[in-house]
Design a protein around this ligand. Structure first.
Ligand code: HEM
Length: 449
């Protein structure tokens, strides 16, 4: 280890460039613009210098590998004053060490491929449940519709709960909770009071989640013997030591992390297909060739045959990664990419900037699904493309999300034609996930089948 004073401090923007970054931020009203300008002016490592908010930001494969693998033990996932920690309490996403590994061991098996594949019929059925309400020629906001699909799927597959009767009542509370954990005033004012609407939303969700847990415990008690858990909630309930509070924390974590991300991914795919109708037509041709008019759910093998669809999903995840940044805290002083990171610093690795870095991608801002063609993939160093993070804490739902996306998109493109109506107004919004705002308005027409 080099002497402390030999390790250079984190680079910051010199004042003139700093002003340009600020101008970009104000012009586009988007922190993404500011981040991209910092990358351009300062480099792949930089420190943001805002009041009360001075994170070290890292871009690119070396940094990603260090943060996700080699230096991970010295980085905590928990920033105590962040709203996401206050909301998820002891959820697997915001705890470290043995406690984290324990929760992960309980939940991991239910999300492994062999346990996700049997849910393909659910993915198909819930998609139909939402899309059956679309009249021929109607306009649908795909950001809203995909949230409905993602919520039904997550609750149905992970908790064996039919969410449809609760959708209307819990829609606003869920959006309020997402708003609560999105970047906001708390970034520069960590002690900001919790707004009344956010407190009400938490209370509504808690009431719902604790009721689900009670019902499952009761069903278990009535059944006498402990059956093998067939879903995530079952796995949590049968584990000794998992109190209702701890289970609530995991359920809320999975509910938020598991549906808001898929919502964003699916909505971005529709935006991109709307902007590139030739790709939409190619995907429909592929789906017609593999599935034809088949109404019953596809097999996993059939979904695997949809290689163009896979390319488009991967490219959407590259251009608009729903989780665009990973957040950590340095538990001790350390060096990342040769720069000194003081103890207690907030550390971020930017998935969005890594996915668009000129150093590693050809035409990084262009929609180019061919770069993921099987066997012909564009060559990038490992850890350049990290839509699901990486290392031991890689996304627990990555397999679930990818099979879900294929099934939902295959069904919708098989049944409908789509025309994008507001493409010129759509921009990435940095909420809890990267979302297409103000929504993806599409004219939906029934396909003749
Ligand atoms: C397109 C969909 C999804 C994307 C893009 C995505 C992305 C990510 C990323 C990038 C991370 C790591 C963040 C970091 O390193 O800081 C992560 C972690 C996580 N994701 Fe996902 N995710 C998706 C779907 C899901 C689903 C469906 C679930 C649940 C069923 C889920 C649950 C989680 C959890 C619990 C973690 C924390 C894992 C741990 O700390 O051990 N995600 N996700």
């Amino acid at each position: 280890m080099r002497m402390r004073e030999e390790i250079p401090p984190l680079p910051q923007a010199e004042p003139r460039k700093g002003l340009r970054v600020l101008a970009g931020l104000l012009r586009d009203r988007s922190p993404l613009t500011a981040l991209a300008l910092m990358r351009e002016y300062v480099g792949p490592v930089f420190q943001i210098n805002a009041p009360n908010f001075r994170p070290a930001v890292f871009v690119g494969p070396d940094a990603n590998r260090q943060i996700l693998i080699t230096e991970r033990e010295r980085l905590s996932w928990r920033n105590e004053s962040d709203p996401v920690v206050k909301l998820l309490r002891r959820g697997v996403l915001v705890v470290d060490g043995e406690e984290h590994d324990h929760y992960r061991r309980i939940m991991d098996p239910t999300l492994q491929r062999r346990n996700v594949i049997p849910h393909i019929p659910d993915f198909w059925r819930y998609t139909d449940q939402v899309a059956d309400a679309w009249a021929d020629g109607s306009t649908q906001d795909m950001l809203v519709e995909m949230r409905k699909v993602a919520l039904l799927i997550l609750m149905g597959a992970s908790f064996h709960v039919d969410f449809a009767p609760h959708m209307e009542r819990l829609w606003q509370p869920i959006l309020h909770l997402i708003e609560y954990i999105s970047p906001g005033l708390w970034v520069v004012w960590p002690g900001a009071p919790v707004a009344a609407k956010h407190r009400r939303a938490m209370a509504a969700m808690d009431e719902y989640l604790y009721a689900i847990i009670r019902e499952r415990r009761q069903a278990l008690a009535e059944s006498g013997a402990a059956p093998a858990p067939s879903d995530l909630l079952g796995a949590l309930v049968v584990t000794p030591g998992m109190t209702d509070d701890l289970i609530r924390d995991q359920l809320l974590t999975m509910l938020i992390a598991g549906h808001d991300t898929s919502t964003a991914l699916l909505a971005w795919v529709f935006y991109l297909l709307g902007m590139h109708p030739a790709w939409l037509a190619q995907l429909q041709a592929e789906i017609d060739a593999v599935l034809g008019k088949q109404d019953e759910p596809p097999s996993n093998e059939q979904l695997n045959e949809l290689s163009l669809l896979e390319q488009v999903i991967k490219e959407a995840l590259r251009l608009y990664p729903p989780i665009h940044v990973g957040n950590r805290r340095a538990v001790e002083e350390m060096a990342i990419c040769g720069y000194r990171v003081p103890e207690g610093s907030r550390v971020m690795y930017s998935i969005y900037l890594s996915h668009r870095d000129k150093e590693h991608w050809r035409e990084p801002d262009a929609f180019c699904p061919e770069r993921f063609e099987r066997g012909q993939e564009e060559k990038t160093p490992p850890f350049t493309y990290v839509p699901f993070g990486g290392g031991p804490r890689t996304c627990i739902g990555a397999t679930f999300a990818q099979i879900e996306a294929r099934a939902v998109l295959a069904r919708l493109l098989q049944r409908f034609d789509f025309e994008l109506l507001n493409g010129d107004r759509i921009h990435p919004h940095m909420g809890a996930t990267l979302e297409p705002r103000p929504g993806v308005q599409m004219r939906v027409r029934w396909r003749k089948r």
